[in-house]
Design a protein around this ligand. Structure first.
Ligand code: GUN
Length: 287
């Protein structure tokens, strides 16, 4: 039987509606409209699309968004100045610096400069530390979006073997941290595989849950999937004019019990979590 398709678009729409309701109640009681400031440096077309989608989602949820577009030759010092201004601006609650940044700017320096209470990406070392300790201030957007999909589809994680493919700071590492915590939609036995893992296919074949976040088109093939496993595809890769994930969807969906499509799977969930974090940031600012 082909796999159940996990509809991230539908779940994200519900989550956005929840944020809208909660943001309206927050605004009613405090007069504060949660405000996300996005920073986009250079003219990478994919990044411009992602940022536009994030802004549109803010509008849908009744949040304010502003965009700070800087030219590709912006210096690290100029970008730091902007981050400092946004840190100091009490009308801005969340700051998102879209990655990747141009090569001449050190990402770590910029991300570390975003004040932790406005770090809606959950990239700041303080927020990563809180996450590791199981007392998060913000949830990392893409991993928390994946976790919510598992919850919505009643996929049992306690004691399950979850294999995360990819060790990025944005997805792989925080995804593993969420799934290994004690609690609901967690309590998993987690393995992280990456580009240097020996016999990766044999490890992935042991997984009850596969999270593919390695950034290689159709990397995960049907022979790597245990029959009945759940497959969450975080990848967004271009194949001509087509967007494809890290999973060979057509073949894997014949083996898995449930699978996310690309597009329409994890992508919208990342944005919905960002909205929720922006509301959380505004609530933090209000004490
Ligand atoms: N570029 C790709 N994904 C992300 C993300 O989740 N946050 C930011 N800031 N940039 C990204």
């Amino acid at each position: 039987m082909p796999a159940q398709i996990i509809d991230g678009k539908a779940v994200a729409a519900r989550m956005t509606a929840e944020v809208a309701t909660n943001a309206a109640a927050f605004q009613h009681s405090t007069g504060i409209v949660p405000h996300l400031a996005a920073v986009l440096v250079g003219d990478d077309p994919a990044s411009a699309v992602y940022v536009r989608n994030k802004q549109r989602a803010c509008e849908k949820a009744g949040l304010k968004s502003s965009l700070h577009r800087l030219p590709i030759d912006t210096t690290e010092a100029q970008l730091l100045d902007l981050v400092e201004d946004l840190n100091a601006d009490s009308t801005v609650h969340g700051i998102l610096v879209q990655l990747p940044l141009p090569k001449h700017i050190r990402e770590q320096v910029i991300l570390d400069a975003v004040i932790a209470n406005k770090d809606v990406d959950c990239f700041h070392p303080h927020n990563v530390g809180l996450l590791v300790q199981g007392r998060p201030r913000f949830l990392p957007c893409t991993p928390a979006g994946c976790q919510r999909l598992l919850a919505e589809y009643n996929i049992s994680t306690a004691g399950a073997h979850a294999v995360v493919i990819g060790r990025s700071e944005i997805v792989g590492k925080p995804m593993a941290m969420l799934l290994v915590q004690r609690g609901a939609v967690a309590d998993a036995t987690v393995t992280i595989c990456h580009s240097r893992t020996k016999d990766l296919a044999a490890i992935v074949r042991q997984a009850d849950i596969v999270i593919a976040a390695i950034g290689k088109a159709r990397f995960v093939t049907a022979d790597m999937i245990k029959p009945g496993a759940v497959v969450i595809d975080v990848g967004i890769n271009r194949d001509g004019d087509k967007l494809v994930g890290d999973v060979d969807f057509d073949a894997v969906s014949q083996v898995a019990s449930a699978i996310t499509p690309v597009p329409g799977g994890v992508g919208p969930m990342t944005i919905a979590t960002l909205l929720r974090n922006t509301l959380t940031a505004a609530q933090l600012s209000a004490g």
